[in-house]
Design a protein around this ligand. Structure first.
Ligand SMILES: *Cc1c(COP(=O)(O)O)cnc(C)c1O
Length: 236
């Protein structure tokens, strides 16, 4: 019974998010097919991933390696193999583990992380997609490479064994207008594509700002709260 209630809740939330994506695409003259919805399932149980997967969501994102690896393994044991995105801050000593289950790693922002993911992917016999996180306010303390460093990092990732450079990712700065920040990200993404034409993923936009992200060319939105509800822990 509880299951039915949660399934209906997730169904309704998903419908509302899909409508927001469609409306934002229509306003921007884009097709909703251009947007990948990544359901950010951190702190939520594998059973919720299973429910959303049954409703047609194909992509899920996590931020903590221990939680993510356990969830991916328990779902795989049930025959559920969605596309897994790792969207959290990366630590070098977690990269080998992440490379074993993640299909796309969003927050690569330092050369040493490229090396660690490349070594992990090679050892696991996998190919892992990489997005370069860009800092949009110059405050690299919150993660993200400075815009000037993106090109060199891209060349390194593109040449690394076991990795495929797929594009860029950003989190809107706390202080600036998200639309302006996402427009700056779009410029950086376009510059990157002149050297790496197939690196065409732009991961931007979360529950509160997905419209601004889609208006500015995002191809991948990362939505947690609007799908699953409020997370219990402030830290997450
Ligand atoms: C948690 C998280 C999200 C989801 O945020 P919501 O506001 O819950 O939609 C998106 N991106 C990253 C990097 C996150 O850590």
């Amino acid at each position: 019974m509880t299951d039915d209630v949660r399934l209906r809740e997730l169904h309704d939330n998903l419908r509302a998010v899909r409508r927001r994506i469609s409306a934002a695409c229509a306003a921007a003259g884009r097709s909703a097919d251009e947007i990948t919805l990544v359901a950010i399932s951190k702190t939520w149980p594998a059973s919720d991933v299973l429910r959303l997967h049954s409703l047609g969501v194909t992509d899920f994102g996590e931020s903590y390696d221990q939680e993510a690896s356990a969830k991916a393994a328990s779902l795989a044991a049930m025959g559920c193999r969605p596309t897994w995105h790792f969207v959290g801050r990366l630590q070098r000593n977690k990269c080998a583990s992440i490379a074993r289950y993640a299909d796309l790693v969003h927050a690569v922002d330092r050369p040493e992380l490229v090396d660690a993911l490349s070594a992990g992917a090679s050892r696991a016999g996998r190919t892992v997609g990489v997005l370069l996180q860009v800092s949009l306010d110059g405050d690299t303390g919150r993660g993200g490479a400075a815009a000037d460093d993106v090109r060199a990092l891209a060349d390194k990732a593109a040449g690394a064994a076991g990795l495929t450079l797929r594009g860029v990712m950003a989190v809107a700065p706390l202080s600036a207008d998200p639309g302006d920040a996402f427009a700056a990200l779009a410029d950086i993404a376009a510059g990157l594509r002149t050297a790496h034409p197939r690196a065409d993923v732009v991961s931007a936009g979360m529950s509160n700002d997905l419209e601004e992200a889609i208006a500015n060319g995002a191809t991948c939105v990362r939505v947690g709260t609007a799908l699953f509800g409020r997370r219990a822990h402030a830290l997450h």
